[in-house]
Design a protein. Structure first.
Length: 130
């Protein structure tokens, strides 16, 4: 009986220790954050620039359209299929309006707003590095 109790206790201890590592492995190494690095939108070359950001097991993909030193549109190519994700698209309109990545996120869809913003940032950075 004592061995069975010790074995069960050891098993529970291993589970408590290993579960956080398993959950952490499912997350992207790069998480979306507030305070995106500043990009001068006026320097983005004309054209359509694709950006992808992986968060968890999902890829967020946007196409950023730049023309004459302005971002004129950000189109969602791939987004999650739920209400919060639909609501989060409003963050892209804010980016176009302000010509900045430093915008308020959508309440109730914060993580998706950040992911879409990060995908936009990646598209812009890649365009600038070409």
């Amino acid at each position: 009986m004592k061995n069975a109790r010790q074995s069960l206790l050891l098993l529970l201890l291993l589970i408590v220790i290993l579960v956080p590592f398993g959950c952490a492995a499912n997350r992207s190494a790069e998480k979306p954050r507030d305070g995106q690095a500043a990009i001068d939108f006026a320097t983005v070359p004309n054209g359509t620039h694709r950006g992808t950001f992986t968060y968890g097991a999902f890829n967020f993909i946007v196409d950023v359209v730049a023309e004459n030193g302005r971002v004129i549109a950000i189109n969602v190519v791939q987004n999650r299929d739920n209400q919060q994700s639909e609501d989060a698209v409003a963050v892209l309109e804010r980016i176009v309006e302000t010509q900045s990545l430093d915008v308020d996120l959508v309440s109730g869809a914060t993580a998706t707003s950040r992911a879409l913003t990060k995908a936009t940032e990646k598209a812009l950075r890649e365009a600038l590095n070409q």
